[in-house]
Ligand binder design. Structure first.
Ligand SMILES: [Fe+2]
Length: 397
């Protein structure tokens, strides 16, 4: 990791709304190393007691044997972008978009989110991206400071290195923004996520409605940007992540060589390695591997890359992210529990493992002293049905 990330001061700033005491009894508690029938008590926003047994004291909620898990910790979701731009070129009013995004995540069991925002814009051509991250971050931080959110929000800057304005945009962020994650992205066609150009064409054509000629010009433009900016922006982003005190993440690493470069950049975790080879290299360099929940649920990647299930079976999967489907996160943990026959281990991929990767020491497990972020889950035909979501002991979903 690059530098210490002061989670406790961050938490103080973003969460001021404590709640009444909560006592969930007669539950199956998913603890870090076992599932225990018992009760959990949350007072002043934190877990104060974990008790064994199926008694239901007066005033407690009888969970009737439902599971209680920690709240989910989401490191990479495109969901906020989907709300502010519900269709290409449609700029929805940001505050209501942020509030709707927050409520949607709460309804899926996510109690901590690192909101991904692209930095690095391209001002020309049909594949253009306009700078928006600084303004949106200001709006998000202001909404957070005013207590508008149900859940805990941090910033994740997705640094697109093959762009025109990346370093200027990063320079507008400072330590006061408490950026949690900076990820290094290179989506140049013909490599990494888009080795298969036809998959890129399908994705871009659908999203931006390009003709064949426009798509060809778009690819040429992106190849030119990589030549001009790729190496310089990668090196500059590593320096900026250190300056910001953020955890650095790699993205779409495909070869052992990519991973060696990521290791030399001191990345903390790898987002969506695209091959078994890259995931194995991550393991040997001590880099945690994150894969997408939709990939796990669908049984494969929409870009034609390695299946998350294959990595899970090879013991090469540490963290799951909801990516582009928030509700997939909880589902994916229960899918992993089936694959591994180990519920605590599966739940860790969406709770304690992402918390550890981002240096959040105050959450991610059912332990006395940690935040009272918990979920009540009923299993119906092996599918998890969310019955309740609490953030710092306050019901938010
Ligand atoms: Fe990607």
């Amino acid at each position: 990791m690059n530098s210490p990330f002061n989670a406790s001061s961050l938490t103080t700033l973003c969460d001021s709304d404590m709640s009444a005491d909560l006592h969930l009894a007669n539950a199956r508690l998913v603890l870090p190393d076992q599932v225990l029938t018992g009760a959990i008590v949350i007072e002043n926003g934190s877990i104060t007691e974990i008790l064994e047994g199926d008694q239901v004291p007066v005033g407690a909620i009888d969970c009737r044997g439902d599971l209680i898990t920690p709240g989910l910790v989401e490191l990479h979701t495109d969901n906020v972008e989907r709300h502010i731009e519900p269709r290409p070129e449609v700029d929805w009013p940001h505050l209501p978009a942020l509030i709707a995004h927050d409520a949607e995540l709460a309804s899926t069991g996510i109690t901590t989110v690192f909101d991904a925002m692209r930095v690095g814009s391209i001002h020309s051509g049909k594949g253009r991206y306009i700078d928006y991250a600084r303004k949106l971050a200001d709006e998000l931080l202001a909404a957070r400071a005013q207590g508008f959110f149900k859940i805990s929000h941090f910033l994740h800057l997705r640094a697109e290195i093959c762009s025109e304005t990346l370093l200027q945009e990063l320079a507008t962020f400072g330590t006061e923004d408490r950026v949690g994650i900076v990820s290094l992205m290179d989506h140049t066609p013909g490599q990494r996520q888009f080795r298969d150009l036809s998959a890129l064409k399908t994705y871009v054509a659908k999203k931006r409605g390009m003709t064949d000629d426009e798509f060809e010009a778009h690819v040429e433009n992106l190849l030119g940007l990589q030549k001009r900016f790729g190496a310089k922006h990668e090196a500059g982003t590593v320096v900026e992540a250190t300056r910001l005190g953020a955890v650095l993440a790699s993205h779409d690493d495909t070869t052992a060589e990519h991973v060696a470069t990521s290791a030399s950049n001191r990345v903390g975790f790898a987002e969506f390695p695209t091959t078994l080879e890259a995931a194995q290299a991550c393991r040997s360099h001590g880099i945690s591997v994150m894969m997408g929940a939709p990939n796990l649920i669908r049984g494969g990647s929409h870009s034609g890359n390695v299946a998350a299930e294959e990595l899970a079976k090879a013991d090469l999967l540490d963290i799951v992210s909801s990516d582009y489907v928030p509700s997939a996160l909880l589902l994916s943990a229960f899918r992993l529990a089936q694959i591994w026959d180990d519920l605590p281990r599966a739940i860790a991929t969406v709770t304690s493992n992402p918390a550890i990767a981002t240096h959040l020491k105050d959450r991610g497990a059912l332990k006395v002293g940690l935040r009272g972020d918990v979920l009540r889950v009923q299993l119906v035909d092996q599918m998890p049905l969310l019955r309740g979501v609490w953030s710092q002991g306050k019901k938010v979903g």
